[in-house]
Design a protein around this ligand. Structure first.
Ligand SMILES: Cc1cc2nc3c(=O)[nH]c(=O)nc-3n(C[C@H](O)[C@H](O)[C@H](O)COP(=O)(O)OP(=O)(O)OC[C@H]3O[C@@H](n4cnc5c(N)ncnc54)[C@H](O)[C@@H]3O)c2cc1C
Length: 312
């Protein structure tokens, strides 16, 4: 059983989701995991990849048309590599992975399975459906199993200096010219990334306005936390929409999630209910968020937040 994992990176560094995806590959029971690093001038990524425990081969496809991971060029590359000798193709369930993997699967004439959250056997997996309100168990007989992996459901793969995977150069080049890279506008933030932070503090409509998010920022500074928000807070313009947590926002599973002034609608829970410890602050003791909270504080957030900050 040979497994191909598609690495996600910025030509300098592997994303944390790639490490989670490799853990999923390990759970399939294979010791032959190959990691595809497609990019341009991406040698630093390959050097990181060879140290990941369980990775036996790093396939490096270094070509200018792969620099920005355009799915139109990467999908045929995956098809060409995968159709010969792989039983599984795994990619992180990130924006890139969700873009490229279904296209590669279509080119291979197989059906992809999206966002797996656990592995029962080599061809049976679980994945959330209905915004996480039910978990489907999916079995497939596809000759090659292509799936995206929800990073928050798997631990990060470990690295060791002793593990030195073989690097193989792939010379297949696809430049379909169907799409072109225009630019990338990255928000520069001092805070940890919302998707991978160990602590997240999120505000909802109860925050009343964007200025009041400063109350959360003070606590976030002390806990090295990322800031999140409910959709109601985003729609009301309190904060930017890349902070939205939930069904139509980011899926997070930090060690600690603090929900402030958030009622706990199912669409919000879909994005954070796998957090290890959930703390809810809400003035309404009937708020549904308290049903999933490990710790609940019933009270006015405008009194509670300054007090927490002071104690921290
Ligand atoms: C298709 C679809 C997709 C959606 N996707 C998402 C999504 O991805 N993420 C998401 O979050 N939502 C999503 N929603 C919206 C979701 O249904 C809720 O409307 C939203 O989550 C509510 O946000 P909220 O909890 O901040 O606001 P509310 O439900 O209005 O809750 C505000 C809470 O603040 C409390 N509060 C008010 N003042 C104070 C105070 N002074 N002190 C303490 N507590 C206070 C109130 O008691 C209340 O519980 C989606 C909806 C749909 C239909």
């Amino acid at each position: 059983m040979n497994i191909l994992v598609i690495a996600e990176h910025n030509n300098q560094q592997l994303s944390s989701a790639t490490y989670n995806t490799i853990t999923a590959a390990l759970q399939l029971g294979s010791t032959d995991i190959h990691l595809l690093v497609a990019g341009h001038e991406c040698a630093p990524v390959a050097q990181q990849a060879v140290k990941i425990n369980g990775v036996s081969t790093v396939l490096v496809a270094d070509f200018s048309a792969y620099q920005h991971f355009l799915a139109e060029n990467i999908a045929p590359l995956i098809r060409d590599i995968a159709q010969t000798h792989y039983s599984h193709i795994l990619a992180p369930a990130s924006t890139n992975g969700k873009d490229v993997l279904p296209r590669a699967a279509a080119l291979l004439d197989i059906e992809p399975i999206s966002e797996i959250t656990s592995i029962i056997s080599a061809n049976t997996f679980t994945r959330p459906i209905y915004a996480g309100n039910a978990i489907a168990t999916v079995t497939t007989n596809a000759p090659i199993i292509a799936m995206t992996v929800r990073g928050t459901a798997f631990d990060s793969a470990l690295t060791s200096e002793e593990n030195v995977a073989t690097i193989e150069t792939i010379s297949i080049q696809h430049d379909k010219q169907l799409s072109s890279f225009v630019n990338e506008a990255l928000s520069l933030a001092d805070r940890p990334d919302l998707g991978s932070a160990k602590v997240v503090i999120s505000g909802g409509r109860g925050m009343q306005n964007g200025e009041n998010f400063a109350l959360l920022e003070k606590i976030a500074d002390k806990l090295d936390a990322a800031i999140g928000a409910s959709r109601a807070a985003v729609d009301a313009g309190y904060v930017a929409n890349d902070l939205q947590v939930g069904q139509t926002g980011k899926i997070v599973a930090p060690d600690l999630y603090i929900a402030v002034g958030i009622s706990g609608a199912i669409q919000h829970l879909a994005g954070m209910k796998d957090s290890k410890i959930i703390v809810a602050i809400n003035k309404d003791e009937e708020a549904p968020i308290f049903q999933i909270a490990d710790y609940g504080l019933v009270g006015d957030l405008f009194e509670i937040l300054p007090e927490i900050e002071q104690r921290l």
